[in-house]
Write a protein that binds this ligand. Structure first.
Ligand code: 5GP
Ligand code: MN
Length: 327
């Protein structure tokens, strides 16, 4: 933390970036830290290669977030909510910042390649969200936590804890959330925009995914699929997929849920979630499949096509619906 604070104090222009398919924690921590650094008098510029999904566009100041290429000439680059350079889609520029000792990152995922690129970091895998770590940093910097900073930070905490329901919701998380609300954080607005206003396309995808839900792998997993055709017929954008896997993750008696979605022809994304009392580590499974994440929420992307075979589905060319693959 001290090394990051030192670097921030020395830097005039700071670029900030988070991961592709940005969720509430990516957008919230990015925006919260950007506003705090601007309050410190820094020229802080936030970047997200995929832009800001419409559900998060109620956050004041989101328009500042740019989808342009990441400039390589700022004094410092801070990566948020990602452990791997490639997760940002700006890997080359990030490596260039690392080469000149101008890279930092703040994250709550297990270490991956960013840890080899810089030692200027705040990493705590027990934190509810990256936003919670950003809050510690903002406090340590002595920035006044104005109401415009509180709502993005609270959004990151809210979405990464599934609305303060997942097991990463600690007493400390609730205390931070209460403090943010006291300072103007609009929890009711967050709930309204993020949880209580779903698009028709999202609800259609939930319907199809529920219809196809099957228990597999000796009763250990609930598996469902969404094809590219489903996405098209529902008129779904990438962002309409957000949260579908969580809607499935209420099935009793299983260890985890796997939702396979054909994002575009030839590209299949897997989303993994464990049920509340499961000890299964989905991050290990995701890493084995080329992705990553947390023990309880992880994902991966693979090439292939989803093909129906009776009640089963497979990703051509490899089989996902037989028990051999999980042992
Ligand atoms: P989701 O299922 O919401 O897309 O992803 C859940 C979590 O898994 C994310 O918050 C992120 O931590 C992780 N994740 C998803 N996809 C990938 C991936 O391709 N690579 C890595 N490293 N992590 C991923
Ligand atoms: Mn996160």
């Amino acid at each position: 933390m001290e090394s990051l604070i030192g670097k921030i104090r020395q830097s005039e222009r700071i670029v900030l970036v988070s991961h592709v398919h940005p969720d509430g924690d990516a957008v919230g921590s990015l925006l919260g830290l950007t506003l705090a650094l601007q309050q410190l008098g820094k020229k802080a510029e936030p970047y997200l290669r995929d832009g800001v999904a419409s559900v998060f566009q109620f956050l004041e100041g989101y328009e500042q977030i740019s989808m342009a290429p990441l400039p390589n000439d700022a004094s410092l680059c801070i990566v948020l909510d990602a452990a791997e350079a490639s997760r940002t889609a700006y890997a080359d520029t990030i490596r260039a910042y690392a080469k000149r000792g101008a890279l930092a990152y703040i994250d709550h995922h297990p270490n991956a390649d960013l840890a080899d690129l810089t030692t200027t970091q705040i990493v705590d895998t027990t934190a509810s969200s990256c936003a919670e770590l950003v809050l510690h940093l903002i406090r340590a910097l002595g920035v006044k936590i104005t109401s415009s900073i509180t709502t993005p930070i609270l959004t990151g905490m809210y979405t990464d804890t599934g609305g303060f329901q997942f097991t990463n919701t600690t007493e400390e998380t609730m205390q931070h959330a209460a403090d943010l609300m006291r300072r103007g954080g609009r929890l009711n607005k967050i709930v309204q925009y993020i949880s209580h206003q779903k698009s028709v396309a999202h609800l259609k995808l939930v319907g199809i995914a529920l219809e196809r839900l099957n228990v597999r792998w000796k009763g250990r997993a609930g598996v469902s699929v969404l094809t590219h055709e489903d996405m098209q017929e529902a008129g779904a954008l990438d962002e309409d997929l957000t949260g579908v896997v969580n809607e499935l993750n209420v099935l009793e008696g299983i260890d985890f849920i796997l939702l396979l979605t054909e994002m575009q022809p030839g590209e299949v994304r897997g989303s993994l979630r464990t049920s509340d009392n499961s000890r299964f580590n989905v991050a290990q499974l995701a890493r084995a499949l080329g992705g990553g994440g947390h023990p309880r929420a992880a994902g991966f992307t693979t090439t292939g096509t989803l093909i129906a075979e009776g009640a089963d589905w497979r990703i051509a060319p490899f089989l996902v619906s037989s028990s051999e693959h999980l042992g």
